[in-house]
Design a protein around this ligand. Structure first.
Ligand SMILES: [Cu+2]
Length: 147
C-alpha cells in the first residue's frame, strides 16, 4: 500500500464518519416529521364511498393491477373528500391531476389525505408509480358537478 492509498482510505473513512454522525444526529436530536401510514384496519375489504353529509365524503380506495376502486367518484362542487388509500398487491401511485395530490398506495398500509374540490370539472387520477405491464392504463376519475 502506498501513501496515496492510505490517504484515500483515511479521507473515505472520515467522510463516512461525518455522514453517519449527521444521519444519527438528525435521527435522534431533531424532530423530523416523516409521513406515516395509518395501520391497516381491514376497512378496505370492500372499497366504497361514504357520504357523511352533502359536502363531505369519505372514500376508501383500493389500488390494484391495474385499476382503482372505486374508479369513478362523483361529488358536487365545494365537497371535501377524506381519501383513505391502500393497495391489494404492489405499490401504486395516486396522482390527482390539476390538484397537486400525490399519494402512494402501499400494500398493508393506508395513506390518508383531505381534498376540497371547489371547481366543477373532471379530475383525472393516474398511477404514477410503475406497477407492471398495465401501468399506463391505470387511471380513474373524480367528477365534480355544479351545485
Ligand atoms: Cu402504476
Amino acid at each position: 500500500m502506498n501513501k496515496y492509498e492510505l490517504r484515500v482510505m483515511v479521507l473515505t473513512g472520515g467522510l463516512l464518519s461525518i455522514f453517519l454522525f449527521a444521519l444519527l444526529y438528525n435521527t435522534f436530536s431533531r424532530k423530523i416529521d416523516v409521513p406515516t401510514c395509518v395501520p391497516y384496519t381491514g376497512a378496505f375489504k370492500k372499497p366504497h364511498i361514504k357520504k357523511v353529509d352533502n359536502l363531505t365524503y369519505e372514500v376508501y380506495s383500493v389500488a390494484h393491477m391495474w385499476a382503482f376502486e372505486p374508479n369513478e367518484i362523483t361529488i358536487p362542487a365545494g365537497s371535501t373528500i377524506d381519501l383513505y388509500l391502500t393497495s391489494s398487491d404492489v405499490v401504486h401511485g395516486y396522482n390527482i391531476v390539476l390538484k397537486g395530490i400525490n399519494l402512494m398506495a402501499v400494500p398493508g398500509g393506508v395513506s390518508k389525505t383531505k381534498i376540497t374540490f371547489n371547481d366543477a370539472g373532471i379530475y383525472r387520477v393516474v398511477c404514477h408509480e410503475y406497477c407492471g405491464s398495465g401501468h399506463q392504463y391505470m387511471m380513474g376519475k373524480i367528477i365534480v358537478t355544479d351545485k
